[in-house]
Design a protein around this ligand. Sequence first.
Ligand SMILES: Nc1ncnc2c1ncn2[C@@H]1O[C@H](COP(=O)(O)OP(=O)(O)O)[C@@H](O)[C@H]1O
Ligand code: SF4
Ligand SMILES: [Mg+2]
Length: 331
Amino acid sequence: MTILDIRNLTIELETDNGPVRVLDRFNLQLAEGEIHTLIGESGSGKSLLAKAILGFINPRWKITADRLWWRHYDLLALNNAQRRIVTGRDMAMIFQDPSTYLDPNDKVGAQLRETIPAGELTGIYLKRRADRQTRAERLLHRVGIKDTKEVMESYPHELSEGLAQKVSIAMAIAHNPKLLIADEPTTAMEPNTRAQIYRLLAKLSAGQGMSILMITQDLTAVVPESQRISLIYCGQLMESGPTEQVMQSPLHPYTDAMLSMSLFNQNAGPKTRLPTLSGAIPTLQHMPIGCRLGPRCPYARRACVIQPPLEKRQQQQYACHYPLWEDSGHD
Ligand SMILES: Nc1ncnc2c1ncn2[C@@H]1O[C@H](COP(=O)(O)OP(=O)(O)O)[C@@H](O)[C@H]1O
Ligand code: SF4
Ligand SMILES: [Mg+2]
């Protein structure tokens, strides 16, 4: 069942040089309990999308959508207070740098105890305090931390990066959110720590039916448990679909290029069609009209100055006038 349904979401920001469109008719559907990986290079609009879902919105941004639905809530129709209640109850986010989430001046234990929802505690003050402590320890166990006493007594800067990220995950899941947005949670981490964090997130998703929107910059970070992936380029959705299907038979030139550049491709056999994309990502002030990949795409033709509509082929969705499949006329 789809629990997050985003159709044609556009976000325009005001800058000194006029308005810029950072998300351009973007689409995303997330199913209950699913891990959905959103892949896009730096500056492609991934974090702004996360903010739009969570409602961390600057009143100066112009946001329009045909649909921005979370379960049965039309998020754009809610006022700020209603929106805070819904997202505060149902959603949580973790960031690339766990220190964004953790207060450097407070011990981890105190911060964790604070995240235990008061409504779940009963009895007199002393009992509630003891319950908070037990639940905080249990949360650390859930994220795979065994030495709970030592971690609780530490200040955030005394923890390794991986441990700090696990603590921030523990805090994020304290209220059992239905959706966790993980915004590049491992970008600066070593491969081992990175793998540990991904395994943990996948386990949490499977264990409690939590949906995860996993945001990352490249295909090498897609976990095997990720059921679907979406690729975003300069605020436009390029392709979306079941992970394996998209990896094995990309329909969009951008996906194909990303695959060629990723380690995944080394396992999947050589791709000869499009080893890399030439040129650089355009700046927000100089976005190409139509398909924004145009100036870098070897298949671009005149029609590409019109933004391609989102089409469906089997379970894959793609936005390209000249998609890649055997009989589509490409070499
Ligand atoms: N508050 C803001 N004001 C102006 N531009 C912004 C603001 N936030 C983000 N941007 C710009 O919007 C684009 C998308 O940003 P972001 O969503 O952070 O990208 P990503 O997370 O994919 O790296 C970037 O070009 C960024 O510079
Ligand atoms: S629409 Fe045109 S420019 Fe865009 S990816 Fe497809 S072929 Fe390339
Ligand atoms: Mg970001």
